[in-house]
Design a protein around this ligand. Structure first.
Ligand code: FAD
Length: 338
């Protein structure tokens, strides 16, 4: 366990927002979490669990003790007849882990390539992209309860995964430090190609039976084209969740805005494209101080240089109000606002 004081969090959040952590503890093992729990001062202090900082908006300095999760390691746990079970430490880079599984010959995570952040945060919002959600490959996770210091192993039912959601955003928020995550990669492998942009790649290239590495390469290329690289232009990915509405609500909106981009879901709900609604309200390229709406994709807010958290949130609130005014839909931010 390594404790530091007065740590700038600017390098530790992908939006590049300025904030200082009074105390930051680097967590490299379950035992490190227990040491924090048992420490007379740290044990009582309010805490925030930090992964790669790619889904947070820092609006102020952090009086809470920041636990920066850096647990390493990745391995094949077991090869079954119907699946490979692989595990990674919570501090591993998600993308590097996906690439490692492919190199080892364990396909199944390729649609989730290039999502920033750590393995430990991946179940928190049930990361998803290009037709696949983490819950479809999740086996179980290990963590340590910050109240008791006890180790826990949690399976899929208890995670209560939903669209960009899980129990770690509700009853277990800030309570369990996830230290390892296991994934079940089914055999035989089947490509997931239902997403429109991947269908287009199949049509463009004529490769109609792509391998897992080919799909990862396509996903990486599409993402690089569409999303700003946080190293060059600070951002937190999609700033708002795509709202889910009933078919009746959707029909009502289509009645007023026939062009609205929407996707019917298997459970009967309809997902509306938040980026389209923001664009339709004329926000692309607009800014508040250093915070701006990305000019290529209205769902992404970016740091054009020197942005502070309050500017990002002023811009976000103005967008929410205008989308509500036109569509009657309240957009919900995806990142955690601190
Ligand atoms: C350019 C860009 C593209 C993105 N694209 C996608 C996408 O396609 N799909 C998608 O789903 N997301 C996407 N995201 C969002 C983000 O990458 C994911 O949410 C990612 O899982 C966050 O990981 P992190 O380690 O950076 O988490 P952080 O931002 O550090 O933390 C996020 C939340 O998880 C909690 N947390 C972090 N680590 C742990 C842990 N070990 N134990 C318990 N709680 C923890 C934190 O307390 C916080 O509440 C994108 C972000 C960016 C910047």
């Amino acid at each position: 366990m390594q404790t530091e004081t007065g740590v700038s969090l600017k390098p530790y959040n992908s939006f590049g927002l300025p904030a200082v952590a009074e105390t930051l503890v680097r967590i490299r093992s379950d035992a490190d979490v227990r040491r924090v729990v048992d420490d007379p001062a740290l044990g009582r202090a309010p805490k925030f669990i930090l992964g790669g900082g790619s889904n947070i908006i820092l609006t102020r300095d952090m009086p809470q003790t920041v636990l920066k999760v850096e647990v390493p390691g990745r391995r094949l746990v077991e090869e079954r007849d119907d699946a490979w079970i692989v595990e990674a430490g919570a501090g591993e880079s998600w993308h590097d882990f996906v690439m490692w599984t492919l190199e080892q010959g364990f396909p199944g995570l390729e649609n989730l390539a290039l999502i920033p952040g750590t393995v430990g945060a991946s179940p928190v919002q049930n990361i998803g992209a290009y037709g696949l959600e983490l819950r479809e490959r999740f086996e179980s996770l290990d963590g340590v309860d910050l109240r008791t210091g006890l180790g826990v192993t949690i399976g899929p039912e208890m995670c209560a995964f939903g669209y960009r959601d899980s129990v770690f955003k509700h009853s277990l928020a800030g309570r369990v430090v996830i230290t390892r995550v296991r994934f079940r990669l089914p055999k035989p492998w089947r490509p997931v190609l239902g997403y429109l942009e991947l269908e287009r790649k199949v049509a463009e290239t004529g490769v109609d039976e792509p391998g897992a590495q080919q799909i990862a390469d396509w996903v990486i290329a599409i993402r690089r084209h569409k999303l700003p690289d946080p190293q060059q232009l600070g951002n937190a990915g999609s700033f708002f969740k795509n709202p889910l509405v009933s078919p009746e609500q959707c029909r009502d909106i289509i009645g007023r805005d026939p062009e609205i981009v929407h996707y019917p879901l298997p459970d009967g709900q309809v997902k509306l494209a938040a980026g389209w609604m923001i664009d339709a309200c004329g926000w692309k390229g607009k800014s508040v101080g250093g915070a701006a709406v990305y000019d290529k994709q209205a769902l992404v807010l970016v740091n054009r240089g020197g942005a502070i958290g309050s500017e990002v949130m002023t811009l976000a609130r103005a967008i929410q109000e205008s989308v509500y005014g036109r569509f009657g839909i309240r957009l919900e931010p995806e990142p955690v606002v601190l």
